[in-house]
Design a protein around this ligand. Structure first.
Ligand code: SAH
Length: 221
């Protein structure tokens, strides 16, 4: 395939291969596999990187930030959706970045609220998402450490940036039965995926595999 085409002509075959690999790696949720097969990841990276868009690798998106590996995006959304029989309800994403994960989320949730603290990336995501025409994606410039109270309670909260701990406002904005998935520094000083489920009486917390996400920072820049 001519990579110089930017994969523009027909990228569905490459994406189907990526989805097959995700399934081999253990992703089972049909909603997630279908969404990963649908969203054209190459449209979210620089043309020079388009040839790598369907490889299992993270890629730079500007301003020192990265788009996560497809495998990590799929894994986190699968964790977020555990037990959901169909579409999830309203979801909050912290760290819009280039907008790729927001696009995937838009196919598995009814509404997606996504907050980005860097103006440059917020604008880039807006531009990237325009041709996809996704009326259920709402992009906000703001400090995601505060969550986004207007959309709460959420059926799921997912963070693409990792902090020292999970901000307590995120937990407050979670609906009962909903999950939060976020890279967080654990007691061993390493970053791992943390899944927190809100129950009727409190919160269940699980620490899963080690991950490497960009840091969660406060304020807008
Ligand atoms: N989901 C993104 C991944 C972007 S990387 C994608 O698909 O491209 C994580 C992003 O989190 C970065 O853009 C970074 O600027 C942003 N971020 C870090 N701290 C944040 C905060 N407090 N509020 C909002 N965004 C934040």
């Amino acid at each position: 395939m001519p990579v110089s085409s930017g994969l523009g002509l027909d990228s569905s075959a490459v994406r189907a291969r990526m989805v097959a690999k995700l399934a081999e790696q253990g992703v089972k949720d049909p909603w997630v596999l279908q969404a990963m097969g649908q969203v054209e990841r190459h449209r979210f990276v620089e043309t020079a990187l388009a040839g790598q868009a369907y490889e299992d690798t993270s890629l730079p998106i500007g301003l020192g930030q990265t788009i996560s590996k497809p495998n990590v995006v799929a894994r986190m959304i699968e964790l977020l959706r555990q037990d959901a029989p169909g579409k999830l309800g309203r979801v909050l994403e912290i760290g819009t970045g280039c907008g790729y994960q927001a696009a995937v989320l838009s196919l598995v949730a009814t509404e997606v609220y996504s907050v980005e603290r860097l103006r440059g990336l917020h604008e880039k995501a807006k531009k990237n998402l325009l041709p996809f025409r996704l009326p259920n994606v709402h992009l906000m410039l703001g400090d995601g450490m505060l969550g986004f109270p207007k959309g709460a309670p959420y059926a799921g909260i997912i963070s693409a940036a990792g902090g020292e701990e999970v901000p307590s406002v995120w937990l407050e904005q979670l609906a009962v039965g909903a999950r939060l998935v976020a890279p967080t520094v654990t007691a061993s000083r390493h970053q791992a995926l943390v899944v927190i489920r809100r129950t009727t009486t409190g919160f269940d917390r699980q620490i899963l595999e080690a991950v490497h996400f960009v840091p969660l920072k406060s304020g807008i820049a």
